[in-house]
Design a protein around this ligand. Structure first.
Ligand code: AMP
Ligand code: ZN
Length: 469
């Protein structure tokens, strides 16, 4: 089955044809480690996780590189404000980032190159661009990419030629499309940089942010590679500048497939540090939500649609996950049934896995993938209701769920998340004993006590099951 993605470069959905059969080189722009990542950032990494898991699900060997931007305008400013060295300042946020992504079940990248460890690679690219006459050193000592020397500039976003201010220069890492200009490859040291600088053939300075990703992606994936991702805000200038400098330096196509995810928004506005409308993962964990619930919300909306964050969405995630957990508990209770025929369940499983897999190949259509999962839950519940599933059938359902979960990664409860506290379990057992002794008044009273404490008891043929309300 072919996998298809919407390629921003060509503005259409295309079949994914890798450079090397069966392999996929994937570069995802990583965090700028000047602060804790917020869940808007994690929306982007969640989409990339689904992309990577989909490729793995379809048999590709994925080589995934995610950089860490540990030197740029923001990290330097932040370290100075904190009175720390750049290294000590960024270390804190790198560590926090790795803890967060583990909690959100993102598969780790194969390599996490840090910009500060690849300055030589960046200098090498500037040298090539200088030799080719595409870059020049300005009076202030900084080296700029000359967009006038690169007519192909503007492959991802449409740029009005009227607004191409070649010859004028922009030194900041972030700037608007309305001010397309020669951008900095190497920024000459100035006082604001304090003790952050490296020696180069053009004097002391530091790399521009865009150059960092060009250098680190080709170092680990080659001059041309398969897929490059980021949020839509990265399309300009970051990715546009990456394409220009990489293609100009290497003389070949940089990336074949560009995938961009839409923003996570709050009340219609992009979640961002600058607007102050953000939540970190820790903020949500402190409110009692689990990483699994946050993951559910982040992956549940198609990546090219903006995702409106709300606490209601997290509560809905909790309810949906509880249904899934109850279903799995029910399967487990029946896994020891005597074996029987598979005729009733096999068509349900075949349909589920075909639909699930097809949904993902259709530009990562997660809604359709979730629909396939829920159809499976409904159908199997129906079969369990009429009590016709043997142990072998139940185990086949469990296997099917495990396969789907290779992509979704939501089926396993977090440690602690699924546990019924000992005192609640004791109350449930007391109620069961009362029922057995036909003391129904006491059993009902205990049920009410449990309910008041937020727990439901469901009586099943295999005995009572305690669930969160
Ligand atoms: P940064 O650390 O600012 O470089 O951002 C890391 C990644 O998160 C980039 O790919 C951004 O495009 C992405 N990003 C930032 N804010 C949001 C948001 N509100 N929704 C989705 N992605 C975002
Ligand atoms: Zn990047």
């Amino acid at each position: 089955m072919s996998v298809n993605f919407y390629n921003t470069l060509n503005h259409r959905q295309e079949e994914f044809i890798p450079l090397k059969p069966g392999k996929a080189g994937l570069y995802t722009c990583g965090p700028t480690v000047y602060n804790y990542a917020h869940i808007g950032n994690f929306r982007c990494y969640a989409f990339e996780d689904i992309l990577k898991r989909t490729l793995l699900f379809h048999g590709y060997a994925v080589r995934h590189v995610m950089n860490l931007t540990d030197v740029d305008d923001k990290t330097i400013k932040g370290s100075q404000a904190a009175g720390k060295s750049l290294e000590a300042f960024t270390r804190l946020y790198k560590d926090a980032f790795f803890a967060d992504i583990a909690r959100l079940r993102f598969l780790p990248a194969d390599v996490y190159p840090a910009a500060t460890e690849h300055i030589d690679d960046m200098i090498a690219i500037v040298r090539i661009l200088m030799d080719k006459g595409i870059a020049y050193q300005a009076e202030d000592g900084s080296v700029y990419f000359s967009i006038a020397k690169w007519p192909q500039y503007g492959q991802l976003v449409n740029i009005d030629p009227e607004q191409m201010r070649s010859g004028t220069r922009v030194k900041l890492d972030e700037y608007a499309k309305e001010s397309v200009a020669d951008f900095a490859l190497w920024k000459a040291w100035d006082e604001a940089d304090g003790e952050v600088f490296w020696e180069s053939p053009w004097g002391r300075g530091r790399p521009g942010w865009h150059l960092e990703c060009s250098a680190m992606s080709s170092r680990y994936l080659g001059a041309t590679f398969d897929i490059h991702c980021g949020g839509i805000d990265n399309m300009f200038p970051h990715h546009e500048d990456e394409i220009a400098q990489s293609e100009a330096a290497n003389g070949c196509r940089f990336v074949n497939y560009w995938l961009h995810c839409a923003h996570l928004v709050v009340d219609g506005q992009k979640m961002s540090k600058s607007l102050g409308n953000f939540y970190t993962l820790k903020d949500l964990l402190d409110k009692g939500y689990s990483g699994r619930e946050v993951r559910w919300v982040l992956i549940g909306t198609h990546y090219r649609q903006s995702l409106n964050f709300s606490f209601k969405a997290l509560d809905d995630a909790r309810a949906a996950l509880q249904r899934l957990d109850t279903f799995q508990a029910r399967l487990q209770e029946n896994a020891g049934n005597p074996d029987g025929v598979l005729t009733s369940v096999q068509p349900v499983l075949d349909k589920a896995i075909v639909e699930f897999s097809a949904a993902l190949t259709d530009d990562l259509n997660v809604s359709a993938a979730f629909a396939a999962l829920f159809d499976l839950v409904r159908e199997v519940n129906r079969l369990l209701d009429i009590d016709i599933l043997g142990g072998n059938a139940v185990r086949a359902v469990q296997d099917c769920l495990r396969r789907m979960d290779l992509v979704l990664a939501v089926c396993q409860p977090e440690a602690g998340e699924d546990q019924v506290p000992a005192e609640i379990q004791a109350l449930a057992e007391e109620r069961q004993a009362a029922r057995k002794a036909k003391d129904f008044a006491r059993a009902d009273a205990l049920r009410k006590t449990l309910e008041d404490q937020g727990w439901l008891v469901e009586d099943t043929p295999k005995g009572p099951r305690v669930l969160k309300k």
